[in-house]
Design a protein around this ligand. Structure first.
Ligand code: GLC
Length: 479
């Protein structure tokens, strides 16, 4: 089975969110199961020189972007056994970061076409499956079906499109069809790419892909309704026969408290009580909080954007702090939220520790040193932090949406079951009640230990989900 995995970001080269984790960890898990999987992504200017210096150029060729012909270099790097290809065009990609430019539509139109052209230059690699991810890759299914249908390198190719976040759709003026995509105005129709008065890359993918997946079963249901459907719920209901949810896992080698180099003390299921205590003290020191071993730490590591449910927290922040807790936050994003949390850090020194920015090392220390990991997302296709926190013995407290619902089993004080806490409605006081319940439960040492154990024993590896993807690939190829 040959799979070309297409993503706009991938660890360890470029990352803005969870997509990058998946674009490394899933191919790695597939490879371990014998799949010949290769990842392809843009060669951004911000990829570290220790990687770029090791890349080798396989080929260069022209790629059409509407009526223009643009340079494209194909570079290669084997990273820890996993083959990566990079699309090189300095005009489009030699810039800091991944997205957020006025010409993103053009950049990723080029990317989609360049991926199709690259396959010829990969030696004897003719993909059985092209696995596309998020809007940046959305035109590839259209090209495969309508432009490259005669190309020998794609004679056995099928395409699956995975939605990691339906909120980002790649919506552009219809002029893009002829100008950039080399498609005629016939594609501006309701059955094809038309979305309102525009064209949508994600819609293109949903219409043209052989299979559409998303990153949890609950999110696959939710996007078929108007609340999370982002205007595509009707289409997704129509195409539900080819839609399914497969939950993400985490890379258990990378997120392992027994080997994580960023911890004050490494620990496993055998000595987790000692390990967590040592990391808690280290975290308190790091965040300028008093070393109080018995005070529960509520932690947040996130991008500071609305999706993450921060409005619920700002609404009841005072009440949370009235509980006997410490509060730790690491993240960056919208300045309103940054200002809010920085204000609380200065108003409540010794109770609130805030770090604006991102740091893998501090994130690890938080996963290991905190007690409760708060994730009250408005919507969450899958979510990865709740999985990491469980592995580190920190109990997630989540809203029951998307993958959060599918991965966190709420604590039942009568049966003792559960690996975290959860609440249903997007309502600040409902969240507050569950935070209170968690803080109460924390005082019950026996119950808390049991919860930590169950959380650490939860299998959040990629193993089962990688099998599901393989079954899906096989099903596609049989047809
Ligand atoms: C997006 C989603 C997140 C998911 C990740 C990887 O970032 O917001 O919920 O875990 O993609 O699939």
């Amino acid at each position: 089975m040959k799979v070309l995995f297409v993503s706009a970001e991938a660890e360890p080269f470029a990352k803005t969110g969870g997509l990058a984790d998946v674009a490394y960890a899933l191919p790695k898990a597939l490879k371990a199961k014998g799949v010949d999987v290769r990842v392809i992504m843009p060669k951004y200017g911000s990829i570290a020189p220790n990687f770029t210096s090791k890349m080798s150029q396989l080929s260069s060729f022209g790629v059409s972007v509407g009526w223009r012909n643009q340079y494209c270099g194909l570079e290669y790097l084997n990273y820890e056994g996993l083959p990566f290809y990079f699309i090189d065009n300095e005009y489009y990609f030699k810039r800091p970061g991944c997205y957020g430019y006025f010409d993103d539509g053009e950049r990723f139109s080029f990317f989609c076409r360049a991926v199709m052209e690259s396959v010829k230059h990969m030696g004897d690699f003719e993909p059985d499956v092209i696995h596309c991810n998020d809007w940046h890759t959305g035109i590839i299914p259209v090209y495969l079906r309508d432009v490259y249908y005669n190309a020998p390198e794609f004679s056995n190719s099928h395409v699956v499109f995975t939605i990691h976040n339906l909120k980002y759709q790649g919506i552009y003026s219809p002029a893009i069809l002829e100008e950039l995509l080399g498609l005629n105005m016939g594609y501006y129709s309701d059955e094809k790419l038309k979305f309102g008065d525009c064209v949508s890359f994600v819609k293109a993918a949903i219409v043209y892909a052989d299979k559409v997946t998303t990153v949890s079963e609950t999110y696959a249901e939710e996007i078929q309704g108007s609340l999370a459907g982002e205007g595509l719920d009707g289409l997704l209901r129509e195409k539900s026969y080819k839609l399914c949810g497969i939950v993400n896992g985490i890379d258990c080698d990378r997120y392992n408290p027994a080997t994580d180099p960023n911890l004050a003390m490494n620990y496993s299921k055998k000595n987790y009580l000692m390990g967590k205590a040592a990391n808690k003290a280290a975290l308190q020191r790091e965040m300028g909080l008093p070393e109080e071993p018995d005070k529960p730490i509520i932690a947040i590591v996130t991008r500071l954007v609305r999706q993450k449910g921060l409005d619920l927290i700002t609404c009841v922040m005072e009440q949370i702090l009235n509980l006997d807790v410490q509060f730790v936050l690491l993240g960056s994003g919208d300045s309103d939220y940054q200002d809010f949390f920085e204000y609380y850090a200065s108003a409540y020194p010794g109770k609130v520790g805030v770090r604006i920015g991102f740091s893998d090392a501090l994130a690890s220390l938080i996963y290991a040193g905190a007690d409760i990991f708060l994730m009250p997302s408005q919507f969450e296709p899958c979510g990865i932090s709740q999985l990491i926190s469980m592995r580190y013995g920190t109990l997630p407290l989540v809203r029951e949406t998307g993958g959060l619902k599918d991965t966190v089993e709420p604590y039942n004080k009568y049966t003792g079951e559960g690996n975290g806490f959860s609440f249903k409605n997007y309502n600040a006081h409902e969240m507050l009640e569950i935070i209170r319940f968690a803080v109460e439960t924390y005082k019950d040492e026996k119950a808390w230990k049991r919860l930590m154990k169950t959380a650490m024993n939860t299998d959040n590896s990629w193993d089962a989900s990688a099998e599901k993807y393989i079954a899906l690939y096989e099903e596609m190829c049989e047809k």
